[in-house]
Design a protein around this ligand. Sequence first.
Ligand SMILES: *Cc1c(COP(=O)(O)O)cnc(C)c1O
Length: 398
Amino acid sequence: MEYTAEQLIEFDDKYGAHNYEPLDVVLSKGKGVWVWDVKGNKYLDMLSSYSALNHGHCNPEVIKKMKEQLDNLTLTSRAFRNDKLPLFLKKVCEVTGMEMALPMNTGAEAVETALKASRKWGYKVKGIPNDKAEIVVAANNFHGRTITIISFATEDQYRDGFGPLTPGFEIVPYGDVAAIREKVGENTAAVMLEPIQGEGGIIIPPEGYLNEVKNICKENNVLFVLDEIQSGLGRTGKLFAWEWDGAKPDMIILGKALGGGVYPVSIVASSREVLGVFNPGDHGSTFGGNPVGAAVGIAALDYILEENLAERSNELGEYFMKKLKTLNHPVIKEVRGKGLFIGLELHEPARVYAERLKEKGILCKETHSTIIRFAPPLTITKEELDWAFLRIKDIFTE
Ligand SMILES: *Cc1c(COP(=O)(O)O)cnc(C)c1O
């Protein structure tokens, strides 16, 4: 029997925990930048699953490689080697300019891995006294949802009811170099930042910020760690957002689009000095580095590079942002972004605008209540952006 959208929403709400508040659109098909609901309505996806869909929905190249792998070998665990993981690790190191990598599945697991690597490096290499390692992070961050990660979130809702929390983190205002200089010391193992805060509302730090933080880290023998799970892999108009500042990190965290929009794949890449601190048995994941994930990861990276998605994001992002800036409406506070990573900040709650856009055939979501994020698949065309702009314009003029 076929269920109606209303029934599916009812099951969703009845049997599923309410840890999300999705728009009431029930999707059943996706192709490129477009998705269809069970009623056959077509929408332009301008959220891209928080930049996990840089490749578009059901990308044929990625799916082809995944299907080939599914027919051969799906899981070995790391108790045995497989023939895809080495190639994935090699590719990630080449693309990131790093020496070693450690694969996981979700973004939060990769962030946890980066935190573990930073602490262990702090003790074993830097010589921080036992259990004294500190990691400096920014206010308004988003690094995932594990208990340790939410321990240094500044959004009350992320933490409320989940204590006791993990100690060992120092929180400084984002974009403030002096605050980092003040907090970094002998017991600091790492500074971890997002090059642009995504969930925080597309917050772009002052020019040169990352470079200055990197220098402070260098002077104090502290690891400079960047979480590029959302900003990386072409989203901001460069392959990695750190390139805007020329501030290559000591450790980079990737996820989301690394899975090509089909499968969770995340990874931490760094130097031999840092990731070399892991010994057999220290850390792991049953599915991390599995051959399907590795094949998907390789295909996802190849596609981004071969199709020049970063350059495309840069050009189309500039084009689209220029158009958005012509929307002269009193409710619009600011349009900001880099590449196709754009925030439209309003003077009032954005949810109702997201609902109106849905009625017009555009799916997007508010973040931090007053900001609409426009982050379509990087495969989007200029014509499709024009189509979107007309509808966005409509909801602000009606
Ligand atoms: C989404 C995100 C994460 C968490 O990734 P999950 O796959 O949801 O665990 C971590 N950091 C940043 C910057 C993100 O955008």
